[in-house]
Design a protein around this ligand. Sequence first.
Ligand SMILES: [Zn+2]
Length: 239
Amino acid sequence: MGVGIKATKKTNFKKTNNKKNIFDSIPAELIIDIVARVAASSSRDLFKAKLSCETLHKFADDKYIIQRASLDKFPVVPWTLNDHKQAIFSDRCADSENPEALCRRGIVRYFEKMEMNSGIECLLKAAKSGHLEAMYVLGLIMILHGEETKEQGMKIIIDMKNLQTKRKNIQKIRESFSTTLGSIWVKNTMVVGQAMPTCCTRQDHAKSIGLNKLADLECAACSCDQEIVHLWEILPKSI
Ligand SMILES: [Zn+2]
């Protein structure tokens, strides 16, 4: 019996050894799906996978994977050589319509480069893919742009806040936006140094806006104003 088991093991070992690469026996779609999941969790792990074997290296550049790659720990603005490499990757992600990369590109173009139309276009694309931060920023920008788009912007923010039953979610979105905005040089003169717009016109509501940002407000317009107050808090006071 013992000898039999030994013999079988030996045969299996030989079989495994004869294969050039274990990934050769897995369908390409499955490899792409697995690598996309790795990339969605961490792009650094994607880079490691890419370096680990030739097959993964070949698949790692697949558009499906690039579209889903996470940019979580990547800096928005490159400072070091390594950041620069990551910025090139972020650019590739945005070109492949990765929603997270598009959202960042949209924020940078709108708030820093003052390329407002193309910034809004990027945010729109990301929002259409369901990227919540892009949707949130787009809602704020629409409020800032005044009467024509203000109501639509307010609707986006109100709907988002109503749907986000867990307050943590809207807080997370707000924090992520603060981090992105805090890492760029905000130079948009349509926003910086301007008077803060308000959504609620009721005099008796005005005092409650700045207080307890996470409180549920019954007035939808005040709820939008809370987000505008937050934006004004994180914006530089002058250029
Ligand atoms: Zn109000």
